[in-house]
Design a protein around this ligand. Structure first.
Ligand code: NAP
Length: 330
């Protein structure tokens, strides 16, 4: 408990474990920004699957305990450090990373991870940009080096990264196929850039995709669940095709021969391998998308801060994504 300092509500994790280790505290000290830091009054925070991996203690990112989860906040600048010139109190912003954690009323962030939130997007949408859009952009443009006119299958298109990938791919002139397991999810995928949608829970959906893309196959697959789909993906690819592994939650057996005749490749992607310069480049492209209007985050399930445990439970044992899951701070 801090004294003589402004206090806030925040989720704190005191030990790694299941969703139940997320504890709502109301006496957490509001951090004070120094140097190149800004303090943001958080309005909404994205819930990303990686938050659950970190919370469980099994991820390569293992913060010292106790910590507050959450990377992608949107809110209003409350105060700035003495070296900050790009932002001032009252500015609307979103982040790709926080220092003190986003599941809180206030979050500290380094100024180079903070971006202006255009007026046409609300705070919920702002909280849906960080990890999802920057990952989708890196996977498509940086890892797959997609070219206009190529085809892309967004394998798992109804969630945060998937919808972002569909919007970006369509804006860059690709032929976009997506998958989702619910009717509502499929509808959203079609409304957000996909030319065609398939149901990854349907027994024969791979045959349907094969029929749709014909002999040539699909040029790029952005894969959200590689441990289930990688073997099928290799068979769906075109000559020189690439599978970009964005998500995987276990092991899978593949036949390496499936990569030989088509000289196809499998490449993994990690957003946090991006350099500061790459983040700035991705941000410039995404900012243009917000200005022009093709970048429009779709908000799915929403939870109040006190329901963070439920959100962590549901993002892993999902009954069907319908956009980006977020936490609301009020
Ligand atoms: N590498 C990185 O840097 C990076 C960055 C961000 C995210 N990720 C990973 O990427 C994955 C997606 O993240 P997200 O934020 O989009 O999560 P999300 O919002 O929870 O969405 C999960 C997506 O996976 C789909 N899915 C479920 N079963 C599937 C199956 N059998 N085949 C294909 N897709 C399936 C879901 O579709 P339905 O709900 O419609 O079934 C939904 O579209 C997660 O594993 C996450 O950890 C990695």
């Amino acid at each position: 408990m801090a004294t003589g300092q402004k206090l806030m509500r925040a989720i704190r994790v005191f030990e790694f474990g299941g969703p139940e280790v997320l504890k709502l505290q109301s006496d957490v000290a509001v951090p004070v920004p120094k140097d190149h830091q800004v303090l943001i009054k958080v309005q909404a925070c994205g819930v990303n699957p990686v938050d659950t991996y970190i919370r469980s203690g099994t991820h390569s990112i293992k913060p010292p305990l106790p910590y507050t989860p959450g990377f992608d906040v949107a809110g209003i600048i409350e105060a700035v450090g003495e070296s900050v010139s790009a932002f001032k109190k009252g500015d609307r912003v979103f982040t790709t990373r926080t220092i003190s954690g986003g599941y809180a009323e206030y979050a500290l962030a380094a100024d180079h991870t903070v971006y202006t939130l255009p007026e046409k997007l609300d705070f919920k949408q702002g909280a849906a940009i960080g990890i999802p859009y920057f990952t989708a952009y890196r996977a498509l443009l940086h890892s797959a080096c997609v070219k206009p006119g190529e085809s892309v299958l967004v394998h798992g298109a109804s969630g945060g990264v998937g919808i972002a990938a569909c919007q970006i791919a369509r804006a860059y002139g690709l032929k976009v196929l997506g998958t989702a397991s619910t009717e509502e999810g499929q509808k959203i995928v079609l409304q957000n850039g996909a030319h065609k949608v398939f149901n990854h829970k349907e027994a024969n959906y791979i045959d349907k995709i094969k029929k749709s893309v014909g002999e040539k196959g699909v040029d790029v697959i952005i894969e959200m669940l590689a441990n289930v789909n990688l073997s099928n993906d290799l068979n769906l690819l075109s000559r020189g095709g690439r599978v970009i592994v964005v998500g995987s939650r276990g092991a899978i057996e593949i036949n390496p021969r499936d990569t030989m005749t088509k000289e196809s490749s499998i490449k993994g992607v990690t957003l946090f391998s991006s350099t500061k310069e790459e983040f700035q480049q991705f941000a410039a492209a995404l900012q243009a998308g917000m200005e022009i209007g093709w970048l429009k985050p779709v908000i799915g399930h929403q939870y109040l801060l006190e329901k963070a445990t439920q959100a962590h439970e549901n993002i892993i044992h999902s009954s069907g994504a319908i956009g980006k899951m977020i936490l609301l701070l009020k």
